[in-house]
Design a protein. Structure first.
Length: 493
C-alpha cells in the first residue's frame, strides 16, 4: 500500500549513484515534478556525464527548485543529496514557503550499487562511486536529526490533497469497526448536456440515481443566479423551492431541502407555508435549512434590500422561533425583533410531527449559538481541524443553555471528486480542471481522491462528530456520475 504524502511537498532523494533514485522518482511522480541534476547537466553541457557542466547544472537546479517551491508545486530533487549544506538549504526553502519536506534515504548495499553501475552504458567512475558510498555512510546518520517531516526508505508513495493524508488508516478503521454516516447530494449546477430543454429529464435521472446509489437526502442551493464560487452569473440556475417540489415528485425516499434558505429572500410566514407544502407533497420528507444570506450582488440584481448583518441575525432568530409555531397547533400571535405575525397558522400542517431545521454557517459567537438554541443541526464548512473545533464550540453553546449536545447534529458541506483508482482520478482531473489551474490545486479544491481516500476522509469527519455529509460532485452530469461515490456510501451502510 502506498504512503500518502501531502500535496504540495518537497521530496529530496539522498543516496549514492546507482542506488535507484531516478527509477524510484520516475515510478511515483510525473516527469515535470522531478528536477534532476543529471538531466540539467545534459541541458547545460554535452550530456548527463559531462562533469564540466556540473556547476552550471546545479546552478540551474537551485533556480528551478526555488521557482517551483515558491509557486507551491510539489518538487522532487533527484541528485545525490550528499552535500549537507545544500540539502539543508532545500529543507529551509521548504520551511520558508510552508511546504512539508521529505527525505528519501536510498541505503542500497554498496555491492548492489557497483553491480548496477557496471551494467550501465555510461558508468560512474569507480573512484567517484567509492567516494559517494563513503559520503552516504556519513550522511545517513544525520538525516533523522535535520528536522524533515519524514525520512523514508524508498517505498510506494502518492501525493494527495491534505484532506487524504491520514485517509488510509481511517479507511482501515471503517473496515474493521464500521460506523454509520448519512449522505446528502448537494445540487449546485443545472447546466446539462442537451441545454435547457433537457434539464427536467437530467434532473429526474440524477434524483432517481441518487436514491438508488444510497443518498439519504437531496439538497439545492437557495440562490437565483449562479454564485461565483461555482460558475458564471449567466449559467442556468433553477429556483430552489420549485425545484424541490419537482424532486418530490421524482423521488420516494430521500429527504429534500434547501441548503440553506437565505432568510432575506422571502417573508417568513410565506416561507413556512412553502416548506409545509413541500412536506405534504413529498410525504413528510422536507428539511428546513436556514441561513443569514450573504450574496449581496444577487440582492442588488433582483432589487432586494440587503440589511446589515445585525438585522439579518435578528430576522434569522425570529424565523427560528416563528416557523415551529406556524407548523404547530393553533394560531398563536408572534411578536419578534424583526417579524410580527398576529396569527401563526398554516394549513395543512406538515406531515412530520417535528420538521427538522438546519442552521447553516460556522460563526462561533452567533450562528452556532442560534443553532444550539433552536435547531436540530448545524451545517459547517472546512477541513477536519475546523470541523473538530466547530463541534467543540457547538457543544459548549449547548451546555451553556442546558441543552443535550447530542440533540443538535453536526453536518458538513463539501466537494468530492471520486475516482475508482488513481488512473481514473487523474483522467477526471485533467478533463475537469480549468485550463490555467495547476492540477494539484484543483485536486485540493475539489477534494479529488479515490474511493478508499474518501472512505477514510468521511470516517475522520464522522469521528469528529459529523452525522451527515452533504456532497457536491463536480462531475455530476447524469446518473453515470454517481456510481463511484456509491461505493463510498456503501462503506458506511
Amino acid at each position: 500500500m502506498a504512503l500518502n504524502l501531502p500535496s504540495p511537498c518537497v521530496v529530496v532523494l539522498v543516496g549514492p549513484g546507482a542506488a535507484g533514485k531516478s527509477s524510484w522518482a520516475a515510478e511515483h511522480f510525473p516527469a515535470d515534478a522531478v528536477v534532476s541534476s543529471d538531466r540539467l547537466r545534459a541541458l547545460a553541457g554535452s550530456g548527463e556525464d559531462d562533469i564540466t557542466a556540473s556547476t552550471d547544472a546545479f546552478g540551474l537546479l537551485d533556480q528551478i527548485v526555488a521557482m517551483r517551491v515558491g509557486r507551491g508545486l510539489t518538487t522532487v530533487i533527484d541528485t545525490l543529496g550528499l552535500d549537507t549544506p545544500r540539502r539543508r538549504g532545500w529543507l529551509e526553502l521548504a520551511r520558508q514557503h510552508g511546504l512539508p519536506a521529505v527525505a528519501v534515504a536510498f541505503d542500497t548495499p554498496a555491492g548492489e550499487c557497483r553491480a548496477r553501475n557496471r551494467g550501465r552504458a555510461k558508468r560512474i567512475p569507480a573512484e567517484a562511486l567509492t567516494a559517494q558510498l563513503r559520503g552516504w555512510r556519513e550522511v545517513k546518520g544525520l538525516l533523522a536529526g535535520e528536522g524533515w517531516d519524514h525520512v523514508l526508505e524508498p517505498q510506494p508513495v502518492r501525493v494527495v490533497p491534505a484532506a487524504f493524508v491520514a485517509a488510509q488508516p481511517a479507511a482501515g478503521r471503517q473496515r474493521e469497526r464500521p460506523t454509520g454516516l448519512r449522505f446528502g447530494l448537494h445540487l449546485s449546477t443545472f447546466t446539462f448536456d442537451g441545454g435547457t430543454a433537457a434539464t427536467a429529464d437530467r434532473l429526474r435521472e440524477i434524483a432517481d440515481a441518487a436514491e438508488q446509489t444510497g443518498f439519504d437526502a437531496i439538497y439545492v442551493m437557495d440562490h437565483f443566479r449562479q454564485i461565483p464560487q461555482v460558475g458564471r452569473a449567466w449559467d442556468n440556475f433553477l429556483e430552489s423551492y420549485t425545484t424541490l417540489a419537482y424532486l418530490a415528485a421524482c423521488t420516494r425516499r430521500a429527504r429534500l431541502g434547501a441548503l440553506v434558505t437565505g432568510i432575506t429572500y422571502r417573508n417568513v410566514g410565506h416561507l413556512g407555508k412553502i416548506i409545509a407544502t413541500l412536506d405534504v407533497l413529498s410525504g413528510g420528507r422536507a428539511v428546513c435549512g436556514l441561513g443569514l444570506a450573504w450574496f449581496k450582488a444577487e440582492h442588488t440584481a433582483y432589487g432586494w434590500a440587503f440589511p446589515p448583518v445585525r438585522d439579518r441575525y435578528a430576522l434569522l432568530e425570529d424565523a427560528l422561533r416563528l416557523l415551529p409555531l406556524l407548523w404547530g397547533p393553533g394560531g398563536p400571535a408572534f411578536d419578534g425583533a424583526a417579524v410580527s405575525v398576529p396569527e401563526a397558522a398554516c394549513y395543512p400542517r406538515p406531515l412530520q410531527e417535528h420538521l427538522p431545521v438546519i442552521v447553516g454557517g460556522g460563526g462561533e459567537r452567533r450562528t452556532l449559538r442560534l443553532a444550539a438554541r433552536y435547531a436540530d443541526a448545524a451545517n459547517v464548512l472546512g477541513d477536519l481541524d475546523v470541523v473538530r473545533h466547530k463541534a467543540t464550540v457547538l457543544r459548549r453553546h449547548c451546555a451553556d443553555i442546558g441543552r443535550d449536545p447530542d440533540s443538535v447534529a453536526l453536518t458538513h458541506l463539501g466537494t468530492a471528486l471520486v475516482g475508482s483508482d488513481d488512473a481514473e482520478l487523474t483522467a477526471l482531473v485533467e478533463r475537469l480542471r480549468p485550463q490555467r489551474m495547476d492540477p494539484a490545486r484543483f485536486r485540493a479544491a475539489v477534494n479529488a481522491g479515490t474511493v478508499a481516500d474518501h472512505v477514510g476522509r468521511f470516517r475522520e469527519l464522522a469521528e469528529a462528530g459529523v452525522a451527515e455529509v452533504m456532497v457536491r460532485l463536480p462531475d455530476l452530469t447524469g446518473a453515470e456520475s454517481l456510481a463511484r461515490i456509491g461505493k463510498v456510501i456503501a462503506a458506511f451502510r
